[in-house]
Design a protein around this ligand. Structure first.
Ligand code: PEP
Ligand code: MN
Length: 339
């Protein structure tokens, strides 16, 4: 439920409404817009219903609107304007298309620094790289763990690019928070509710990737877990869902972009690397994602994809990434955005 205050409502009127809501044992989220203050009410549905009538007639209140979807805090009804998330000073959402680029895994100092230098020169705004890797096989490279995080921090110091890296469980969060600028929650963990809640209590923004078999509603409910703990800095990422054709690793659901932009105020990114699994298809799908209105991209880039320890076949080399960035500029420009 949201309480929309009148355009000229005073601070005292807002405060009185907030106190009444909190007094009933419900939580509030206050959004101060240019012309109006909107108070989001979260908590038990029956209590909300009981409170509703008295809020409708409270001084300074214009109207009370029920949010019908199961997700509340992430919904557009709750916050009508686009949320801009800031990771290490870099905005995600808004006029500029954010580009998170870097290798699937941090493999060595030489590799991550070469990747970071390369993606920075080509115009990426954030650096990615996994230190804890969710691999399908327990025999595959599992990541450099804390050493990988240290190397990412060194790459950030050198290039100025904020770092995005994955935490696979709640126990890894503390380390990730110590070194990174943004916590990645991967597709396999989209419904790891303990991790989602812990990330909701963390002081870093969160990049939440869609599970490979998750519906849009399940993705939004997963994000709701993070916001419900007080962390409103959440970015969603479409990364391909399980399909039935063998041409691509997953089926990149680009229709998720306009659907999510309609349903939620959170920024929406697209990962065409995992979405296709083959480097040749990455650039076309990245361009399509920007054309579809994505707020940004997450792209795997490796200085030497042929020798990558993970996801080499879907990684762009530096030159191809630079070519992709150049080709995105006119597309972003045509849509009134920059990259
Ligand atoms: C990744 O970004 O390297 C990754 C493992 O992604 P996903 O969780 O989407 O598979
Ligand atoms: Mn990967």
């Amino acid at each position: 439920m949201i309480v929309v205050m009148e355009a000229g409502a005073s601070e005292r009127q807002v405060q009185a409404v907030v106190e009444r809501i909190r007094g009933a044992g419900l939580n509030t989220h206050i959004s101060v817009g240019v012309s109006r203050t909107v108070i989001g009410v979260v908590g038990d549905d029956r209590t909300k219903e009981i409170l509703r009538e008295s809020l409708e007639v409270a001084s300074g209140v214009e109207r009370v609107v029920a949010i019908l979807q199961p997700y509340k805090l992430v919904s557009r009804e709750f916050l009508p304007h686009d949320t801009v998330v800031t990771a290490g000073g870099q905005p995600i959402g808004g006029a500029r298309v954010a580009v998170i680029a870097g290798p699937c895994s941090v493999e060595s100092r030489e590799q991550i620094l070469a990747a970071a230098d390369g993606v920075k020169a080509a115009g990426a705004t954030l650096l990615r790289g996994g230190a804890f890797k969710p691999r399908t096989s327990p025999y595959s490279f599992q990541g450099l763990e804390e050493e990988g995080l240290r190397l990412l921090a060194e790459a950030r110091d050198r290039t100025g690019l904020p770092v995005v890296t994955e935490a696979m469980d709640a126990a890894q969060l503390e380390l990730v928070v110590r070194y990174a600028d943004m916590i990645q929650i991967g597709a396999r963990n989209m419904q790891n509710y303990t991790l989602l809640r812990e990330a909701g209590r963390a002081r870093l923004p969160v990049l939440l990737k869609r599970g490979v078999s998750a519906t849009i509603e399940e993705l939004l409910m997963a994000a709701e877990y993070i916001l419900s703990e007080g962390n409103y800095q959440v970015v969603l990422c479409e990364r391909g869902i399980r399909g039935f054709n063998g041409h691509t690793r997953y089926t990149l659901d680009l229709s998720a972009v306009p659907v999510l932009k309609q349903l939620t105020h959170l920024p929406v990114l697209v990962d065409p690397s995992h979405g296709t699994g083959k480097w040749r298809y990455v650039a076309p799908m990245a361009r399509a994602a920007v054309a579809a209105g994505a707020d940004g991209l997450m792209v795997e880039v490796h200085p030497d994809p042929a020798n990558a320890l993970s996801d080499g076949p879907q990684s762009l080399n530096i030159e191809n990434f630079a070519g992709l960035m150049a080709s995105l500029r006119p597309i972003a420009g045509a849509l009134g955005r920059e990259i």
